[in-house]
Ligand binder design. Structure first.
Ligand code: SR1
Ligand code: MG
Length: 401
């Protein structure tokens, strides 16, 4: 499995030609390496002015680190199987898989080049009219249909076994729930907020709540979660949305996916306090982001409730009071995981453009401080909110104070 690297462009092109079914025989094809993620290699093979496909290849290590950080190549099988499962429920929201090749550790899939990386779109203050409801639908439909609320208990456990993903989960266990809460060498901290980071390292109530969230991440096999649902895993335009990169997929807490998306919208909200531009325009965009959080949660929770009412087969779970209690737990969990995403993207290893695009270190420190404080508030107060609107009111009130 390890000796799978393409020897050169000709091999990539030949692979795409044989396995995509998208090119006419004899078509002249070109290839470019377009990967800008942390972990894998991504090639685009295209006929100038014609068809194109994406090849994603997983080598046995982390791309940005090299062989010093080995990583199981089983992640690419998990990604291919997760994409195909997601397509069962949301075919319009994921790229089509044309071929999975275990020997090459590669997936050949649809080119989603007509869509823009959501992180870049948010930094540029794009208003995407369908984004929040489409992401709400993606989460509700994929998470419900892979949970015990829908699946037969034996089938669910077979699926849990297929998606055991220890290497990728360990990355999250460390980067989300450990590094930012201690003076870890992997952290990357703006010296101007070092004292804010130090305050977190000695914040015992916060560390207790992060331990609770980590423990649920470790053992709450609620549904097949995407596992890395940040803005860089979403592509979008005015019409549609595509969710990519489920290589971190495993059976985990439903709130982890929901919270990752909320956390990423709020990271942009924090960044927009200092990103360049007209003040009124920035403030209006920040309000758009809060509305997007509300639409996302309300779509997710409304559809999830509808699915429970219509399709929960297990009579012991099919109770109105349980549905209500579960949605309250999911909101609290989602807010907690949103908080951990805000904190780890600010002082942990893997930073994001929403904050990094602020060139002036002093201004960036202000946005980073806001992200840390928002994250801390969401983690500590997550059980106090009875609706997403109450969360947003708290953010508005607290941020302008
Ligand atoms: C070394 S991996 C760093 C981050 O990139 C991935 O996309 C995940 O978000 C991970 O935490
Ligand atoms: Mg990724």
């Amino acid at each position: 499995m390890t000796d799978c690297k393409f020897a050169g462009d000709a091999e990539v092109i030949d692979f795409a030609r044989r396995h995509s079914g998208q090119f006419e025989a004899g078509a002249t094809l070109n290839v470019e390496e377009i990967g800008d993620g942390n972990i894998n290699f991504v090639f685009r093979v295209f006929e100038p002015g014609g068809a194109s496909v994406i090849i994603k290849q997983a080598l046995p290590y982390v791309r940005i680190i090299g062989e010093g950080w080995p990583l199981s190549q089983d992640r690419i099988r998990i990604e291919a199987e997760a994409l195909m499962l997601e397509a069962d429920y949301c075919p319009d929201l994921v790229p089509k898989v044309y071929h999975f090749d275990a020997d090459r550790s590669a997936i050949v899939m649809e080119d989603i080049g007509a869509y823009e990386n959501l992180r870049h779109a948010l930094v540029a203050r794009a208003r995407l009219p369908h984004l929040a409801d489409q992401l709400g639908r993606f989460c509700a439909d994929t998470l419900f249909h892979t949970s015990d609320l829908y699946l037969d208990a034996h089938r669910k456990k077979e699926m849990v076994a297929r998606f055991i993903n220890p290497d990728l989960c360990k990355i999250t266990e460390d980067l989300f729930f450990w590094d930012p809460y201690c003076d870890h060498e992997r952290n990357n901290i703006n010296p101007l907020i070092h004292s804010e980071a130090e305050a977190l390292w000695s914040d015992e109530p916060l560390k207790l709540e992060v331990a609770r969230l980590k423990h649920r991440f470790l053992c709450a096999a609620e549904a097949l979660v995407h596992g890395d649902l940040h803005s860089g895993s979403v592509f979008a335009n005015a019409e549609g949305t595509r969710v990519i990169d489920p290589e971190f997929a495993y059976f985990g807490p439903i709130g982890f996916d929901v919270g990752s998306l909320i956390g990423n919208l709020l990271l942009n909200y924090a960044g927009q306090s200092q990103l360049p531009g007209d003040d009124a325009e920035r403030q209006a965009y920040r309000e758009w982001l809060l509305q997007a959080v509300a639409t996302f949660w309300n779509t997710f929770s409304g559809r999830f409730l509808g699915h429970m009412e219509a399709h929960t087969a297990d009579p012991s779970l099919d109770l109105p009071a349980y549905r209500e209690a579960l949605l309250a737990d999911l909101l609290a969990d989602s807010l907690g995981y949103a908080g951990t995403e805000l904190i780890r993207r600010t002082i942990g290893l893997a930073h994001v453009l929403d904050l990094e695009a602020i060139e002036d270190a002093q201004q960036r420190a202000q946005a980073e401080t806001l992200a840390l404080r928002l994250g801390r508030t969401l983690i500590l107060e997550r059980r106090a909110f009875d609706s997403i609107e109450a969360v947003l009111e708290r953010i508005r009130e607290w941020v302008t104070r």
